[in-house]
Design a protein. Structure first.
Length: 387
């Protein structure tokens, strides 16, 4: 008798491609019967099966609106002013995280919603075990859909600075992980535990969030950001618009983003000065490059070429990656500030996606085996790179 994962996956092999945007739908479908992926997905899902579900209602503090359904967080790089009795207004220390931020649970809980829902959805996709789909559905419904527990689709109070403001556009960086929740929805299609009503509810939530990103003061401020914040603003706007069925708008965002982000952020030699000039220069450079690569991935979905985009003086994603590799690997000594240790594994996602796109094995060679097989998304990236 065939194992459940092989039976279900075989029966669904001819089904439509999953509606995902960051994950690769073709690779997912081609490897749906892969027992190693099924085993890895099951193991990852079991680790999160009993935690949560999470809700914005679980925080102990109430946002300035008086509505706990509103997301709330505190700016990580601001600290009490020792010269003031109450420490306010807080002072900025770039790159140094104030542990006070952990007193508001929304950010960490939302990150868990994004990662857990995707892990559970991947486990259902590869095994057909409805326990995982049921749990993924609970996680998503609790955070986004159920009236008693849902988050309002705004970040009015993201990364507030005590004594200065209640929230800032910069806080929008905190929702970048929700691209994983969007892909989780696509993976759950076909499960008896995930209904058409659920899908439509999620699409409506993200459509409302796209509207808020465009029209709110915080959203407009973040759109003007010239560093990684602008990159991840565009990424969210395009990804969530695609999910909400706004393809023409998403294509416009991505088309404009090439000049706004690649041409404006990358020097002809590949350096990213808006990132290298920070206190964690290599970490921010890698972070921004990973964001640009994800924009390129979305561009692939809708016919906007980021990978081959070049300015007349040579600025482009590949140039930025080639500039970073020797610093990431340690072949060159980092010549800028970096106040905390850097993990070379952080560059692995960009290297794997570049290897798949440029068909250049040199990029794949820079990735350590343990960095390309530590979780299912990484395993999928390696499969695409080796194809």
């Amino acid at each position: 008798m065939l194992p459940l994962c092989l039976f279900v996956a075989g029966a669904l092999a001819a089904a439509d491609l999953p509606r995902v945007f960051i994950l690769d739908a073709k690779i997912l479908q081609e490897h749906r019967t892969d027992p190693s992926l099924a085993a890895a997905a099951r193991a990852a899902a079991e680790k999160v099966m009993t935690r949560g579900p999470f809700s914005v209602m679980q925080k102990t503090r109430v946002p300035p609106s008086g509505d706990k359904h509103d997301y709330m967080s505190q700016a990580p790089y601001f600290w009490p002013d020792p010269s003031k009795p109450d420490g306010r207004p807080y002072l900025r220390k770039d790159g140094e995280r104030n542990p006070e931020i952990n007193g508001i649970a929304d950010h960490s809980n939302m990150d868990r919603v994004a990662s857990d829902s995707q892990a559970l959805a991947l486990a259902w996709y590869f095994t057909g075990d409805e326990r995982y789909a049921e749990r993924a559905a609970l996680v998503l419904r609790t955070w986004f859909l159920d009236a008693a527990t849902r988050m309002n689709p705004n970040l009015n109070f993201g990364q507030g600075v005590p004594g200065v403001n209640d929230g800032r556009g910069i806080g929008i960086i905190e929702t970048r992980g929700l691209t994983s929740a969007v892909d989780a929805v696509g993976l759950l299609a076909g499960s008896k535990n995930w209904t058409d009503r659920d899908r439509k509810g999620m699409e409506q939530w993200f459509a409302a969030f796209v509207k808020w990103l465009q029209e709110s003061a915080n959203g407009r401020d973040e759109a003007k950001s010239e560093n990684n914040h602008g990159t991840f603003y565009d990424l969210q706007l395009a990804d969530f618009a695609l999910f909400a069925g706004q393809e023409a708008f998403a294509k416009k965002v991505l088309t404009e983003s090439r000049a706004k982000r690649i041409a404006a952020q990358i020097e002809p030699d590949g350096r990213q000065p808006k990132e290298t000039d920070r206190t964690r220069g290599i970490s921010y450079s890698v972070m921004n490059l990973n964001g640009l690569v994800l924009l390129a991935t979305l561009g692939d979905r809708i016919g906007v070429d980021f990978w081959g985009y070049r300015t007349k003086d040579g600025r482009g994603i590949r140039k930025a990656l080639d500039w970073l590799i020797p610093y990431s690997s340690g072949e060159k000594k980092w010549a800028y500030a970096q106040i905390e240790p850097y993990n070379p594994a952080d560059l692995a996602p960009a290297l794997l996606r570049a290897a798949a796109q440029y068909r250049d094995g040199n990029y794949l060679a820079w990735v350590k085996p343990e960095d390309a097989g530590k979780d299912v998304p990484a395993m999928l990236l390696r499969l695409a790179a080796e194809k």
